[in-house]
Design a protein around this ligand. Structure first.
Ligand SMILES: NCC(=O)N[C@@H](CCC(N)=O)C(=O)O
Length: 632
């Protein structure tokens, strides 16, 4: 009653006004998260000067951390602060983390000799690690709270509005992600700095930091309009204690003199409520099904690491449009925004006419799509490998000074350095496009211009009698990248189609199969599969140590196909339930005597059993009641 009266005061078109602030908050937060993540692997490679493997490993450790911390956020919100305060406090931690990242990327802080490269890399590495840790704590911690807090704003009878809210919420995630993955790579490609002009990672991290502050402010502005549920106690702790007791009680009663119980969780009956035990059984069934799922995320999250690094060896010239390697990631949210409505309104209903396309079947097909995406990535890599020599590093060029005096060489973006007489410079990173070098000594100066293709590398010979443009000869050490970035589009298409079938369906499946008080537990379990998936990238990359990148892609695709077969077998034996109905069996006569309790328990369990052997078909209808007796 309290909730309804709080909510009904401020409504527009039947929706509580408060959700406007939550949706805008999510848009800004996802802008902040994905914007920072888009340039992260390149920051590791080009600013911190890590190799591809280290950059990929730290990237996936960070993503894994972001999906481990939701458990922490859910525990803090449920048992202590409540969702509202948890979101505020952890958003502050998050914003501090983003600002720390932006500061860590200012090379001028330690560039004492003003040569354009940081002199104390340890400082930058340490600061960025602290920043990433705070971001992981913040983004992961608030993740299960914000969506659930949004759901809390609706009263029981507003189920339809709540469903629309979740769709808009998902579109906002991808809207924020789309905008930021376009904008932050552009910011990163700018030149900035007080002493020397370098790539502007500080700006690329600074704008997401500002957006996180905006997200926090918007959320606080809506403060007076929210329904704020009190923390209900830590259900996750209760679940763990109950499972622990069932196991220890089972171990203590091992002899033949103790009658067997139908399910090992029934050993908790001596101390715990039967309703709680039945709810835990439902959750465990779904968690068991989650075991193979991390492999999907193992492949999915390599968009931001391996695929972005792959794009650095490709040609991003799309005619009027020049695409940065990290901007290729925008293909994912663009496809999400187009594919979600197409799938929902066209593809799923069409398939449903031919086969019973249940959520678990959709997820299986989603996994296959991700495997196909990695086969595409492997084929693209083979194309790239045909065009790439291994030495020197792509996009680096050097000068050889044949003059009898020392020379300085620079471009507006890069100071190549002072080259002694009859000596050569180090390799310097040069942008693509037309570049003008200024070459000067104590007595003369001249300009030399040249067109640089994506990823090309040259050695320039400065003769003894330099006049300029026509005197300098160049040898091409590495040809410009010729494999076009458009070749990555098929792999993005398949991975995103896979995401729509797997992720969007899986989120809804986790919500619909969870008992009311354990929806957050299952959401945290779902997010945990993402964390484990990212750890698998690290393990496979470390253990397999495959020298050929294309072979690594094919290995990941093969692993996912094997896992997909296992998942489809497990899913075949899963039966869809209606948690509310099972719970109702226990609640109906909550205050009845023990005998009645037993009958209710029997009824509920029979229902679970009936469901697990039932063969009704899933008709694609969203109505929960229609789903209760459905096999995969
Ligand atoms: N297209 C990215 C996206 O929609 N991401 C969602 C879900 C991510 C996940 N692994 O569950 C997001 O919330 O960022």
């Amino acid at each position: 009653v309290k909730r309804s009266s709080t909510l009904n005061n401020n409504k527009v078109l039947g929706y509580p006004i408060s959700i406007f602030f939550i949706v805008v908050n999510e848009f800004c937060e996802r802008f902040s998260y994905y914007g920072m993540r888009a340039v992260l692997v390149l920051y590791f490679k080009y600013f911190l000067r890590w190799d591809n493997d280290l950059a990929t490993s730290i990237y996936h450790t960070f993503v894994a951390l972001c999906y481990l911390t939701p458990i922490l956020g859910a525990i803090i919100a449920d048992s202590w602060l409540g969702k509202f305060k948890t979101i505020i406090y952890l958003s502050i931690v998050y914003a501090i983390g983003q600002v720390t990242m932006a500061v860590s990327a200012i090379h001028d802080i330690t560039d004492k000799d003003r040569d354009g490269t940081p002199d104390n890399m340890t400082f930058h590495v340490a600061m960025s690690m602290v920043g990433l840790f705070l971001i992981a704590l913040g983004t992961g911690g608030i993740k299960p709270c914000v969506s659930a807090f949004g759901g809390d704003q609706f009263s029981e009878h507003q189920e339809k509005q709540r469903r629309t809210f979740f769709s808009v919420f998902y579109l906002c995630i991808n809207g924020g992600s789309l905008l930021s993955t376009i904008i932050t790579p552009i910011l990163r490609a700018q030149e900035c700095g007080i002493y020397t002009q370098e790539k502007c990672y500080s700006l690329a991290f600074g704008v997401p930091a500002a957006l996180m502050v905006v997200a926090l402010v918007v959320f606080i502005v809506g403060s007076g309009m929210y329904y704020k549920a009190e923390p209900q106690g830590n259900i996750m702790l209760d679940v763990c204690k109950c499972i622990g007791f069932a196991i220890s009680n089972r171990v203590r009663h091992r002899g033949k003199q103790y009658p067997k119980r139908k399910h090992w969780m029934d050993w908790a009956e001596d101390r715990y409520d039967k309703l709680l035990i039945a709810q835990i059984k439902m959750v465990l069934k779904v968690l068991f099904l989650y075991i193979p799922l991390p492999m999907f995320w193992t492949l999915f999250d390599q968009k931001g690491s391996r695929w972005t690094l792959q794009a650095t060896t490709m040609d991003g010239n799309f005619g009027a449009l020049v695409i940065q390697p990290d901007q290729m990631q925008t293909v994912n949210p663009i496809l999400i925004l187009t594919l979600v409505p197409i799938m929902d309104s066209l593809i799923y209903p069409l398939i449903q006419k031919c086969v019973n396309f249940t959520p678990l079947r959709r997820m299986t097909v989603g996994m296959l799509m991700a495997a196909i995406a990695f086969v595409c990535a492997g084929l693209v890599q083979i194309e790239i490998d045909k065009t790439l020599p291994t030495f020197p590093s792509a996009s680096q060029s050097q000068f050889v000074n044949g003059m009898g005096m020392a020379l300085n060489v620079s471009t507006p973006g890069v100071y190549v350095g002072l080259i002694d007489s009859s000596y050569y410079s180090n390799y310097s990173l040069v942008n693509n496009g037309k570049i003008i070098f200024t070459i000067w000594s104590d007595t003369q100066a001249c300009n030399y211009s040249r067109e640089f293709g994506f990823g090309s590398s040259y050695t320039f010979y400065i003769p003894g009698n330099l006049v300029c443009q026509n005197d300098i000869t160049a040898t091409e050490d590495i040809k410009p990248n010729t494999a076009h970035m458009a070749l990555q589009i098929p792999q993005y298409f398949f991975i995103t189609a896979g995401e729509v079938m797997f992720s969007v369906t899986g989120l809804e499946f986790s919500y619909s199969q969870a008992p009311n008080n354990m929806k957050a537990v299952l959401q945290a379990g779902w997010l945990l599969t993402v964390a484990i998936g990212n750890f698998i990238v690290l393990i496979v990359a470390e253990v397999a140590k495959i020298p050929e990148q294309w072979a690594e892609y094919i290995l990941f695709a093969s692993l996912l196909i094997v896992v997909c077969v296992i998942f489809s077998i497990m899913a075949h034996f899963y039966t869809y339930i209606n948690p509310a109905e099972i719970e109702a069996q226990f609640m109906k006569k909550g205050d009845d005597n023990d005998e009645d309790d037993k009958k209710q328990l029997q009824k509920g369990m029979e229902m679970v059993k009936r469901n697990s052997t039932g063969s009704h078909s899933y008709d694609g209808d969203d109505d929960d009641d229609e789903r209760k007796k459905t096999k995969m």
